[in-house]
Design a protein around this ligand. Structure first.
Ligand code: C2O
Ligand code: CU
Length: 491
């Protein structure tokens, strides 16, 4: 395969630096982030402090980036607990701004969901909040700020949350976690702090010019032939969609958004993850000792680049045997088609779209004015956000787009009537993806986020068994804050 070019992103974003490419060729193993103190059995207790931090994104010898962190580094500490345990997080805000923590993908009580103005008041500077909830599902999840995420998640407020299976899974030699993120740095290397730029909001969101894995320039990952690796992927970028392609390898998808699937090769050999999405892969090390293989991101075909390299040690571990470890399903209630509440949700707006006007704060506003105000997106004709992006901040509670009696099955048709990709995320539930792009989906995977291509439609189904007001929004954070959000009420 020819060497790939670095990502060059639309508009005024400088291309990935030469420096990144050079440094990516250096030696060293990629570490999966460290674990926190051991469990006391029933409950896992963790302290999480949001604080400013200097982060050496580009490695030692390069000026660090001024970031916001959980616990002093980006990503924050990997929180690890076991399925069936309770997680208690003592959260402290040492940032100069209010914030909250959202536990992405978890089925938890509404009051613990971390959405300011909807499920809790913002945690003010110097303030604390105690998050405590049970963990019914095993899998790869993550946590992040849910207040003005376009700035706070971009500055570094995110981390991985791993829930180990109640019964340990046999057959992996090793586990790796790659949290992929991108950063938009100014020419002097500092973080570009012009968040929510109107152009980004109305187009594809804020794309960065430096891609990191676990908060650093990616380093080669050392493998031994024959190893069976559980590779957990998390896309924590504000807007970048990645399509990972493994030269010389045929990884199998074992789980999506934390929930096991029948192991399969991803379509066209590419693992596509929009912002917020996760995948667990079986990466069997079938490469030749001493050789190197690229892992590329080919989502933008003309801006494909090598994310990192797999570097084989001289000593093999064993002959690859194609054995596939089995993950047990999570106890998610099965929706029933008969009697399900059906609702069509239309996503509209953005540049080059068909939206002429939409309702903002109860008033019908023409599209050009919406774009000027930084809110060019709507769901069912309603702009879902104040410009600074969190429900309730402007003093108005968001009216739900749909109210469902608790326990009812729901079928949502998600219709993307725009020219842009949107990873649509629902809080507090997992849904089955039934149809997408006019076809039935064979596996009907459980997801919490579904990536809609331009003009694409998808149907998802779930049991609305978790009472409360739950956000549904695009996980391109500039789209979210630009109006593409709504509230589903489970009464
Ligand atoms: Cu990952 Cu509403 O968020
Ligand atoms: Cu979007």
């Amino acid at each position: 395969m020819p060497p790939r070019q670095p990502p060059s992103t639309p508009a005024a974003v400088p291309a990935l630096s030469r420096r990144q490419l050079l440094a990516a060729g250096g030696a060293g193993a990629l570490l999966s982030a460290c674990a926190l103190p051991a469990s006391d059995g029933r409950t896992q207790r963790v302290q999480l402090v949001a604080q400013p931090a200097e982060v050496a994104l580009r490695g030692a010898g390069q000026p660090p980036v001024q970031a916001w962190s959980y616990g002093g580094d980006v990503p924050g500490p990997t929180i690890r607990a076991r399925q069936g345990q309770r997680l208690e997080v003592e959260f402290v805000n040492r940032l100069p701004v209010p914030t909250t923590v959202h536990w992405h993908g978890l089925r938890l009580p509404n009051a613990m969901d971390g959405v300011p103005g909807l499920t809790q008041p913002p945690v003010e500077p110097g303030g604390r909040f105690r998050y405590a909830f049970d963990l019914p599902d095993a899998g790869t999840f993550w946590y992040h700020s849910h207040l003005r995420g376009s700035e706070q998640v971009e500055r570094g407020l995110h981390g991985v949350l791993l829930v180990d299976e109640a019964q340990p899974v046999a057959g992996f030699d090793r586990e790796l976690t790659w949290l992929v993120d991108d950063w938009r740095l100014a020419p002097d290397g500092a973080l570009d702090t012009r968040f929510l730029q109107p152009h980004d909001v109305a187009h594809a969101g804020r794309l960065g010019n430096l891609v990191t894995v676990n908060g650093r320039l990616p380093q080669p990952v050392v493998l031994r032939r024959g190893e069976r690796i559980r590779l957990r992927l998390v896309n924590a970028a504000n807007a970048r969609i990645v399509a990972l392609q493994f030269d010389g390898h045929r990884p199998l998808v074992l789980a999506l958004d934390g929930h096991p699937v029948v192991p399969h090769e991803p379509p066209r050999g590419r693992v596509v993850l929009g912002p917020g999405m996760r995948a667990d892969l079986l990466l069997e090390a079938v490469g030749e000792p001493g050789r190197r293989y690229a892992v590329g991101d080919v989502f933008f075909p003309r801006a494909a680049y090598d994310l990192l390299e797999l570097a084989y040690a001289a000593e093999p571990l064993r002959a690859p045997d194609g054995r596939v470890p089995v993950l047990a399903a999570n106890p998610v209630p099965e929706p029933v088609a008969e009697g399900a509440l059906r609702h069509v949700l239309t996503f509209e707006g953005g540049m080059m779209g068909a939206l002429h006007s939409a309702t903002l704060d109860g008033r019908q506003v023409p599209f050009m004015e919406l774009a000027r105000r930084g809110t060019p997106w709507a769901i069912d004709g309603v702009v879902g956000a104040a410009h600074d992006g969190h429900a309730g901040h402007a003093g108005h509670a968001m009216a739900p787009f749909l109210t469902v009696p608790r326990g009812r099955s729901v079928e949502l048709v998600l219709r993307n009537d725009t020219r842009w990709f949107h990873p649509i995320h629902l809080h507090g539930h997992a849904f089955r993806l039934l149809r997408q792009g006019g076809r039935d989906v064979a596996q009907r995977p459980w997801l919490d986020t579904v990536l809609l291509a331009p003009q694409e439609e998808a149907t998802v189904a779930f049991v609305a068994d978790n009472p409360g007001d739950w956000m549904l929004h695009c996980h391109v954070l500039e789209h979210h804050e630009g109006g593409m959000m709504g509230v589903l009420r489970v009464a």
